[in-house]
Design a protein around this ligand. Structure first.
Ligand code: ADP
Ligand code: MG
Length: 385
């Protein structure tokens, strides 16, 4: 296997913020970048050599992308099977279509994790209203219902049983939240913490596992995240071992983020997998020797992987569209000048053209002497916006 050296062209399925930040890292190393995205105004548009406007399941668009590239990777899970296969006839696609097919379907993903002995919470696969009802009754009490495909940031999800016994209305609401299609019903886990572990593996078989990130969610959307995570060293090493084993079992080529729950009784459960850069590792740009974005490029180009040691604690806080909108929906300008006065803080905006409630528009990052210090600074900066 030979490395793809600078000057080569990297294709990315998806031109959202993750594709944009990968493209920026790749440009910094001297690569050319093409992206494919259904939205011609996508965030990566402004930093790439070319943008192909095509749907995720448009295999002709995928072929057009791959024909112009030396390797193709992705920043989003929704790429159609035929698009992945079509791209693979022209150049290597990393991660592979086979891996993506498992991960992009929550049912397949959970079955795969279970089959390979990785720890996951109680769940049932459901394909009808009746099955949703039965699953909720069997699991008992509070449950999360998640659509099999396409969900993110808590979208395509319903919660039941959080305000007493589950009513028939709630069951029907959950089925609607699934889009009346296949999904999973998960028993709600008592959470002490949420963490994630990023792992990179190159085609040559080199593996690097990042230090865990500690993630704080609000309304099922990541709110802030910090590296290193304040968890006991044995738990940290167990979490990294799980991530290593998953990447190794998949024979991953690229990045894989492993989201995990730390339960209130001290167990680690795998929540979900993402075969791409992840929101909870944006602070790796400042906390680690090698950012997740550079690592993605190294991994898909089969270069030596970069060190992942912590240089300094760093945190990020997400900026949702809400802060660009007044309560009456009229536009407002967040006070970035005030936020940037907080020591150690940097601003990252994705050039999304329209702010919407709940839409990730950018993030703030902060370094600090300790993880607590980094979190305090980034939240202080966000609060003055
Ligand atoms: N079974 C569960 N028990 C407790 N909290 C959960 C459970 N499933 C999801 N959550 C909460 O919702 C968030 C989003 O769910 P997740 O499965 O990660 O979907 P998404 O694809 O939207 O990130 C999680 O990070 C967690 O905070
Ligand atoms: Mg998640």
């Amino acid at each position: 296997m030979s490395a793809l050296l600078p000057g080569a062209t990297i294709g990315i399925f998806g031109g959202g913020q993750l594709g944009r930040m990968m493209a920026m890292a790749a440009r910094g190393m001297g690569y050319r970048i093409l992206v494919l995205d259904p939205d011609p105004g996508c965030p990566a548009r402004f930093v790439v050599d070319g943008c192909i406007e095509a749907a995720w399941d448009d295999s002709r668009g995928a072929a057009m992308l791959a024909r112009g590239c030396d390797v193709v990777t992705l920043e989003i899970e929704q790429i159609g099977e035929h698009s992945m296969a079509s791209a693979a006839t022209f150049c290597p696609v990393r991660p592979s279509g086979a891996l993506l097919a498992i991960i992009q379907d929550r049912i397949e993903q959970k079955n795969w994790l279970h089959k390979h002995g990785f720890p996951i919470g109680d769940f049932r696969a459901v394909r009808s209203l009746d099955e949703v009802r039965t699953a909720i009754a069997e699991l008992g009490g509070k449950c999360f219902c998640k659509s099999a495909t396409g969900g993110y940031d808590g979208r395509g999800q319903g919660k039941v049983g959080f305000s007493g016994a589950v009513s028939e209305d709630e069951v029907r609401g959950a089925w609607e939240a699934l889009g009346e299609g296949p999904g999973v019903v998960e028993k709600a886990v008592g959470l002490a913490r949420e963490i994630s572990v990023m792992v990179a593996r190159s085609p040559a078989g080199e593996v690097k596992v990042y230090p865990a990130a500690w993630n704080h969610h609000e309304n099922q959307i990541l709110d802030w995240s910090v590296i290193p995570a304040a968890i006991p060293p044995e738990m940290e090493s167990d979490a990294r071992e799980i991530a290593y084993e998953i990447a190794d079992t998949f024979q991953l080529e690229g990045l894989l983020a492993v989201e995990m729950f730390v339960t209130s009784d001290g167990r680690l459960l795998v929540n979900e997998l993402a075969p791409r850069p992840h929101n909870s590792y944006h602070q790796s740009e400042r906390a680690c020797v090698t950012s997740q974005f550079e690592q993605a490029i190294r991994a898909v180009c089969d270069l030596p992987l970069g060190d992942v040691d912590v240089v300094q604690p760093a945190a990020i806080a997400n900026l949702l569209g809400d802060i660009w909108l007044n309560p009456d929906g009229s536009p407002r300008q967040p006070a970035f000048d005030k936020a940037l006065a907080v020591p150690g803080v940097r601003l990252h905006l994705y050039e999304k053209l329209k702010p919407r409630k709940g839409r990730k528009m950018g993030h703030l990052s902060a370094v600090g002497a300790t993880p607590e210090d980094a979190v305090e600074r980034v939240l202080r900066a966000k609060a003055v916006l």
